[in-house]
Design a protein around this ligand. Sequence first.
Ligand SMILES: Nc1ncnc2c1ncn2[C@@H]1O[C@H](COP(=O)(O)OP(=O)(O)OP(=O)(O)O)[C@@H](O)[C@H]1O
Length: 656
Amino acid sequence: MAQMESITGLDRKVRRHFKKVLSRLSDEFIVREPLLDESKIASIVLEGPCKSWLMIGWHEKWPNETELAKWRRFNSALLSKGYQPIKYLAVVEEDLKHKATSEEQADRFIHILDQKGFYIDGEKNIVDLLTESPLEQYNWVKKTIFPESAIHSQCTTRRSVSRVDNRASLQQFFLDYDQELATRFDMLEQVDSSEERQDDFSVRLINGVAGSGKTLILINRAIAFCKKHPDKKALLVIHNKPVTSDIKHRFEEWLGGAPSNLKIETFHQFALNQQKKVSNNCRLTPLFGDKAVEPLRAQILCDINESYTQLKLTDGQIWSELEYINEYLIKDENEYLEYERQGRGFALQKSQRVHIWKLYEMVVQAMSSPKGYLPSLYVKDLALLEDTTGLEKFDHILVDEAQFFAPSWLQLVKMSLISNGAIFLCADPNQGFLKSRLSWKSVGFNVRGRTKRLNYSYRTTYEIMVAANTLIEGIEDDADDFVKPDLEKMERGVKPQIIYSHTLQDEKTRFLNELSECCRSDDIPLQQIMVLCSGSYSPWSLKRDIENTLGKGTVVNCNDWKDIKDNIGGKIRLMSINSCTGMESGVTFVLGAGELMNQAKNIDLDDTERELAQQESLRKLYVAMTRAGQRLALFSTEKLPERVHEHVEVSGASLD
Ligand SMILES: Nc1ncnc2c1ncn2[C@@H]1O[C@H](COP(=O)(O)OP(=O)(O)OP(=O)(O)O)[C@@H](O)[C@H]1O
């Protein structure tokens, strides 16, 4: 049966009959409807075997020249490029009493068929009328009529990483059919189910494995939406800074700039702008990073506070509980005392909660000044606003890496939608959730029946995916969430390397040697190399080490806002493992994996917490490993789980 999406461009009364005819075609056929008005050359554009095409339309009467104008113009464009025209099958409702003029008869490219005949065996006419096209023509046709499915060659790690890729400009990639459907998800159909009307907004979710094209889909969908609805506003909101700059860079360098009705922002850029709008243009300063928070935190988690001394919990547990109250939008003490703290990893008696709440009140007191606001607290305050009229509203909000969005973040996203707006979420549950797991339903997103899964990773190789996957297999507690990668068709490559060292100093030396070897003898362009480091390294000092080895200007610290500004192209990208989600690179070095392994060894943790800490570390490592396109080298001073070893090349010190 032909692969078919909606055919909403056809009159309702004939859709069912057309579907019947088209479903009698084999699965080598793809039935598509152009998304953008400018490419609506025909109601149906049929792609057949061997790169063949046919346009199909339905008409009450013999089609007149106005109805055929777009198709004729398209064929003239094909001819001017030296390509073959594509035929048009016009299915006509009335019996064909119209006497064709000699000119009409002479037109070899249009075929008129009456509706009755088409319903009986139209599939035969379709097969006869297909026009096969050489690759170049096929690419041009697809890119012109379905631009939302085209991938700019510079925007894929599929390009070879060895040496400079001269073919890149000639290569043309397209989304696969599942990805295409995900991109166009509900863009053609009117969302009119009663359930969605109840919700006041529509939501769609793409659940995909690492590298399955989610970011690409978001970009293509955002462009298509903005083109299709120039009078509407869209927002693309992303969890972390490096990916946001990367996406902006792609728009600037290769995609001709972002559409004027599209905003691309990190979550906090978006939230701070909203904050400014509801507070008479007063901008507040969030306390980002440990350095900014630490002095205030130390005043609260200190022995002079009785509630603190009464709690037999670690500072880490207390602090994460205080953040949890903000992220889960817990309004007052009563609500907190009754709150089901699912998935928190440690239980809290009522008496302990009373103490936590006292500390929480201190946090609110100390960290809600415009000159220093706790990030989770200002987002909570915004997300609990009753009057949302001051907020900037969007018609469509697209969220990348939605698995890392806290409930308070998602609430603010919902509040920033116009009535009947649409949310499009992309997530990879395998990469974990921020703090604790949340179900989409619990945060007010009814994604049942509105989810698409993408199982194939285009970014990485079989070898890298298998090794990374062994880390997270078996830690899934919710089988529904786990997206199993489709390994069968994956590209093959070399096994990832693990290089062990006894000390961090040795590890750094080994890494610098490998890096310079890679740049020197393999001649790999710097922009195809990425270095990810755990908390044992500072990206700032690591940048200096790399520059001392490779020379000044060879590396950009993606954690440094000033450094990445206008500075992304042509350099090695360096960042912390914590901020590498969504990034990718042909060659990836991961440093300090030992620190991740050590997190779970903290003696202050009880068994459940230890297990959760271990899962979090493994997921982080999984995310870091799946950033690599073709080559991956991991550096560690701690042994990685035994099960990974059979899928990697191990070298360096023996840690037994
Ligand atoms: N159909 C395709 N053909 C060629 N390359 C593709 C295709 N789909 C995706 N890619 C490439 O695969 C890589 C991964 O895509 P992308 O970054 O969008 O994945 P992702 O799902 O967002 O991954 P993650 O969640 O791990 O960040 C990119 O280089 C992208 O251009």
